[in-house]
Design a protein around this ligand. Structure first.
Ligand code: CP
Ligand code: NVA
Length: 311
């Protein structure tokens, strides 16, 4: 199954066909099963992945590094201080140079246009490891986790509560492709942009999934099978923190909100979490929290992605 995205970039969930997304989920789950059984195939033998990061990271950096190594390859990390992408050196020059060293580049950037430019000028595959617009690698791990906990995906109701950000966009597009009804509760001024609703409709053409934008988190939580949240202030928005704290008051996943969801609902958060803001510590440790499996699944889904692109 590996190799089905050979040579491809992944900048957005929209870059994947419905079938390719399903294949990634299945491969991630299969690699996880194999790993649990002590089996680690090495399809990346001799391959080196460049990790080019403009922002901090725990899960994305570590999971891609470990993923490359589990699969028999290697990874080289370059942080913001080392490269100065777009400042010390033009993005297209960086793309031309890293293409001479690496078999693939995993890039975390501020402006989404930077990964677009990297991909345009690199001769090796480029993976978006988070931009201002999207976090596709996270969404693949999210769906893997939902599938593990709840079985089938099509027909579920996933409710996202909080900021209409990169994580909310990629999660929504992934839901659209697999037939999950996506409900987003955001305060005024923080909803996903109108272009998201258009992208969702395109992604849902085959699946028939629906997208509902709401203000009220309680209305959104009712009957949901998954409650999902992310930080109110993303990396790069620190100057807006005080205004955001005021705007998002009441948009916290706590036990009262969880009680409105389906009795078998699970809770997800991409992490890092700000406890007492978008989620309580109690809910993160609740028996229906799948957050720690979700974090683990970043590893297995990163392995699936690297194997799909490079094997
Ligand atoms: N969820 C996630 O992407 O975490 P990091 O920012 O730590 O990589
Ligand atoms: N929305 C957050 C996600 C962190 C993984 C950010 O962009 O900082």
């Amino acid at each position: 199954m590996a190799g089905f995205l050979r040579g491809r970039d992944l900048l957005s969930i929209a870059d994947l066909s419905d079938r390719e997304l399903e294949q990634l989920l299945d491969l991630g789950l299969e690699l996880k099963r194999q790993d649990r059984g002590g089996v680690r195939p090495r399809p990346l033998e001799g391959k080196i992945v460049g990790l080019l990061f403009q922002k901090p990271s725990l899960r994305t950096r570590a999971s891609f590094d470990v993923a490359a190594k589990h699969l028999g390859g290697q990874a080289v990390y370059m942080g913001p201080q080392e490269v100065g992408m777009g400042e010390r050196e033009a993005v297209d020059d960086v793309a031309l140079v890293v293409s001479r060293y690496f078999d693939a580049v995993v890039a975390r950037v501020f402006a989404h246009q930077v990964v677009v430019d990297l991909a345009e000028h690199a001769s090796v595959p480029v993976v978006n490891a988070l931009s201002a617009d999207e976090h596709p690698c996270q969404a693949i791990a999210d769906l893997m986790t939902i599938k593990e906990w709840l079985g089938a995906l099509a027909g579920l109701r996933v409710t996202y509560v909080g900021d209409g950000n990169n994580v909310a966009a990629s999660l929504g597009l992934a839901c659209a492709k697999v037939g999950i009804h996506y409900v987003c509760a955001t305060p005024e001024g923080y909803a996903l942009p109108p272009s998201f609703a258009e992208a969702f409709a395109r992604a849902a053409t085959r699946s028939g999934a629906t997208y509902t934008a709401l203000r009220d988190p309680r209305e959104a939580a009712r009957g949901a099978q998954v409650l999902y949240t992310d930080v109110w202030t993303s990396m790069g928005q620190e100057a807006e923190r005080e205004a955001r704290l005021r705007a998002f008051a009441g948009y916290c996943i706590d036990e009262d909100l969880l009680a409105l969801a389906d009795p078998a609902a699970i809770v997800l958060h991409c992490l890092p979490a700000h406890y007492g803001e978008e989620i309580t510590r109690e809910v993160s440790r609740h028996e229906r929290s799948a957050i720690w499996d979700q974090a683990e699944n970043r590893l297995h889904s990163s392995k699936a992605l690297l194997a799909a692109i490079l094997a």
